[in-house]
Ligand binder design. Structure first.
Ligand code: PEP
Ligand code: MN
Length: 263
């Protein structure tokens, strides 16, 4: 992953997106795939804001085992159909090595969630695929922990990996769910040639803080954003408290363009 071995930026190419280098990629969608109708409506919203990647979880890493766990393969099918309808790529989480083959049938980008960043069996499993991988920084992972986790994927021969800063645990997570480490963006970009993107939603935990964190990450030079959006957050099956409304996503996308022009 080091720039010493690969000075140029890696640009990940999917059917509808370029991620890394001078490109900026907007990835948006609901936290969870809730139904075929809902994810289709959210795909339309994401597309309208300029997103080229549709995110949505079908296998959900919930803090409580009694919370909604995701629709599984039914969710993957709905996500794929929604993305195809709007010429978008699918980004979705895979939680266990035995889910990798199934998920890779539907997804363009495999997400490794923060809680699984050091699940080495899972990292090896996605390293064996040739699907791009989004590796999310663990809740208490150092920069070197992240880079070592990346190496597990690269060592399997899969060179298409992006890193997502999604907020870490600090001493004060009363007002924000996590603390967005904006400094990780330039630091990682110096150390590695791989794309670095920001997830302001899981860092913020509350809708109100998502936009300022997204703009800060953009200003710091991130290669893209992954943002949760929902048309009826109070009824969302997961992470409603941090979802942007469709019109808020639209405004954010316009503000991101202005920040990109300014830097
Ligand atoms: C998610 O993307 O919905 C998610 C659970 O993310 P994280 O692993 O960063 O908490
Ligand atoms: Mn979520």
């Amino acid at each position: 992953a080091s720039r010493l071995f690969h000075p140029e930026d890696t640009v990940i190419a999917t059917a509808h997106s370029r991620i890394g280098g001078s490109h900026f990629t907007l990835m948006a969608g609901p936290c969870s795939v809730e139904s075929a109708e809902h994810v289709l409506a959210m795909a339309a919203v994401a597309k309208r804001s300029g997103a080229t990647v549709l995110r949505g979880g079908a296998f959900k890493p919930r803090t409580s085992p009694y919370s909604f766990q995701g629709l599984g393969e039914t969710g993957l099918q709905a996500l794929r159909r929604a993305a195809d309808q709007y010429d978008m790529d699918v980004l979705t989480e895979v939680m266990a090595p035995e889910q990798v083959a199934l998920t890779a049938q539907y997804a363009d980008i495999l997400q490794i969630g923060a809680r699984n960043m050091q699940n080495f069996a899972l990292l090896k499993a996605v390293g064996q695929t040739r699907r791009p991988v989004m590796l999310k920084r663990g809740l208490a992972a150092t920069i070197d922990d992240v880079l070592n986790a990346v190496e597990y994927i690269l060592a399997g021969g899969n060179s298409q990996v992006m890193i997502t800063e999604r907020g870490i645990r600090t001493f004060d997570n009363k007002y924000t769910r996590n603390t967005l480490d904006v400094g990780a963006v330039p630091v990682l970009q110096k150390l590695t040639h791989l794309p670095v993107v920001i997830d302001p939603s899981h860092a913020a935990g509350h809708t109100e803080w998502v936009t300022p964190l997204a703009l800060a990450g953009t200003a710091a030079g991130a290669s893209g954003l992954v943002v949760e959006v929902h048309d009826h957050p109070a009824a969302a099956l997961s992470d409603g408290a941090q979802a942007l409304l469709p019109e808020q996503l639209q405004t954010l996308a316009q503000q991101v363009q202005r920040v990109r022009t300014a830097i």
